[in-house]
Design a protein around this ligand. Structure first.
Ligand code: FAD
Length: 319
């Protein structure tokens, strides 16, 4: 019997790295079972890679309709699976969508909810980031099935092959309310860059980039490192870069191996979205900028001089 339910993030063809991270986290609490919501055929395509990363079974909710609905089918499928197996916990990625699913699921299960988890131990005690990153606390759910939203990047994905995986189809009741919000259009991600919450390197630009043109410098450094591009809210609000790339309290939360902040002051709301990154490099011309307080490496200088040199150096080393 599976112990921990994990919601699978995928694009129909590929399981997202954040799910492998969840499976690694789940194994600390018990046997992970994947809950997959998709169009017919998705489970067959994705179950082997889930088994390779430790999923002992897949609860698959497949329907031709789910692709067009926003959020609800995942809540329905998780609730249905949770009522069947009484898991030790339910894990979802702490993305914008994942947090919404987690909140709604916890309400339905009358359970405690822990958001922005960055660590958890075998007894179910969770380390989470709270108050916009001001504090790290250790928390535990004392009522119901713990619903835990785990920050992408907080755990390392691990291969842990499962030989005989069970494959079960959980029927998803599509309640009329599920179609209240439908996806009208999906905006394709720019170019070949990895998704912000998936990337192991993120290069972000702030107001110091001084315009949409200036983001070329940010993009060039991201590309030579094979990374994603992010932006501060000030840069987004000023129209330098699209909102979907905003990092921070009201944007995306990222925990890459390497985060490079170019022309970003380091306001608490920005730090809330990136301070769990493994290594932080900041380039800022103000030596007093708060971002240097969280940076592992700080360069006091003009980003338009420092970033291109870095890009050139990395390119030269890569040959
Ligand atoms: P600034 O604070 O203006 O900093 C620009 C920096 O660039 C300065 O430190 C300057 O020294 C440096 N600089 C300028 N020119 C150069 C150069 N040529 N070379 C090197 N350095 C240079 N912010 C977020 O980022 N994400 C959020 O999700 C977010 N959510 C928010 C939610 C709420 C409720 C509120 C109130 C605010 C939120 N903010 C968020 C805004 C946040 O408070 C800051 O205003 C914002 O992060 C500042 O962005 P910035 O660092 O790019 O700009």
């Amino acid at each position: 019997m599976p112990d921990v339910l994990v919601l699978v993030d995928h694009d129909g063809e590929r399981v997202h790295k954040s799910t492998y991270e969840l499976l690694a986290a789940a194994r600390r609490l018990g046997d992970p079972a994947a809950v997959l919501v998709g169009t017919p055929g998705t489970t067959v395509r994705l179950k082997d890679s889930l088994a390779r990363h430790g999923a002992t079974s897949v609860y698959a909710a497949e329907s031709t309709q789910v692709g067009g609905f926003l959020g609800s089918p995942a809540v329905e499928a998780l609730e249905s699976a949770a009522r069947q197996v009484s898991p030790a916990a339910v894990l979802v990625s702490a993305t914008t969508d994942g947090k919404e699913v987690a909140g709604r699921l916890a309400a339905r299960l009358d359970s405690g909810l822990l958001i922005d988890a960055v660590d958890l131990d075998a007894s179910g005690v969770v380390t989470q980031i709270v108050f916009g990153g001001s504090y790290t606390v250790r928390s535990e759910v004392t009522h119901g099935v713990p619903v835990i939203a785990v920050r992408p990047g907080a755990f390392e994905p691990e291969e842990h092959p499962v030989e005989a995986m069970e494959h079960e189809l959980v029927p998803v009741p599509i309640a009329p309310a599920a179609s209240a919000r439908v996806i009208a259009r999906r905006a394709p991600l720019a170019g070949d860059r990895p998704a912000l919450t998936e990337a192991s390197v993120v290069v972000s630009g702030g107001r110091g980039v001084a315009g949409a043109e200036g983001f070329k410098v940010v993009e060039e450094l991201a590309d030579v490192l094979g990374g994603a591009v992010g932006a501060s809210r000030a840069a987004v609000d000023a129209g330098y870069y699209p909102h979907q790339y905003q990092v921070g309290q009201t944007g995306k939360s990222v925990s890459p191996q390497l985060y490079i902040a170019l022309g970003i002051s380091g306001a608490i709301q920005h730090l809330a979205g990136m301070q769990t990154s493994k290594t932080i490099v900041a380039v800022n011309k103000d030596p007093e900028a708060p971002v240097f307080g969280v940076a592992d490496y700080g360069v006091v200088g003009d980003l338009f001089s420092v970033a291109p040199q870095l890009t050139q150096e990395v390119a030269a080393r890569r040959g």
